[in-house]
Design a protein. Structure first.
Ligand SMILES: [Zn+2]
Length: 217
């Protein structure tokens, strides 16, 4: 599947809300993880965040144009809310069954993280939802000015929830390997330990040349 991922704001003068945390930082962190995780699952991703923006409307227009040119299957805009509320909500264009389906599945995954369910909503007044050629959803993950929401903020978990909602697949969680599990015991072979990273990289290179699959741990 081909996704447009829209990391909200982050293109001055298009800047996000400021509360306990800054929306720009959160959309960037979560959005980057979502992009990485979708690619890992084999999906094509177009990052539509513009490099330069002349105005807020220019910022929004550029995002939609890039998405439209790339004929994506789904446009996903990632935002954080502000204004005194709490919890998650997802917007879609009324009548878009695809938009509605993805809005509901993403929202239900976010709610599992403990965020209040504010429901799926009419996004017809939102520029990107209205103008993207593909079905589009806009996720308001949580509120940057809510103490409760911000105390729950975890970019990794939020990104996993969004990806699960979009693909039905949970991305790999980085679970530590259990040492005492005999059946899954991993025996690592070490060929060197270096204080200088260059030396470690040189050794990896040498091993790779000999056909070994080496990694720096
Ligand atoms: Zn926003």
């Amino acid at each position: 599947m081909k996704f447009a991922i829209d990391i909200g704001h982050n293109c001055s003068p298009d800047i996000g809300a400021k509360g306990i945390k800054f929306e720009d930082a959160l959309t960037k962190e979560v959005g980057s993880k979502v992009i990485e995780k979708l690619k890992k699952l084999g999906h094509e991703v177009i990052n539509v965040l513009p490099v330069r923006c002349n105005s807020v409307s220019d910022s929004l227009n550029r995002r939609v144009q890039v998405s439209n040119l790339n004929n994506v299957n789904l446009y996903v805009s990632i935002h954080f809310n502000a204004g005194g509320g709490q919890g998650s909500e997802v917007y879609f264009y009324p009548g878009s069954t695809t938009g509605e389906r993805y809005s509901k599945s993403v929202l239900s995954e976010l709610v599992k993280l403990g965020y209040k369910n504010r429901g799926v909503k009419n996004g017809s007044s939102l520029y990107v939802v209205r103008n993207a050629k593909a079905p589009a959803i806009l996720i308001e993950v949580s509120f940057v000015d809510s103490k409760d929401d911000m105390s729950k903020y975890n970019a990794e978990k939020i990104a996993n929830a969004i990806v699960k909602g979009l693909t039905g697949k949970a991305p790999e969680e980085s679970v530590p390997v259990k040492d005492n599990d005999k059946e899954n015991k991993i025996y690592k072979v070490q060929v060197g330990a270096f204080t200088d990273k260059n030396n470690a990289e040189a050794m990896v290179q040498k091993l790779k040349e000999k056909g070994f699959n080496a990694v720096i741990d």
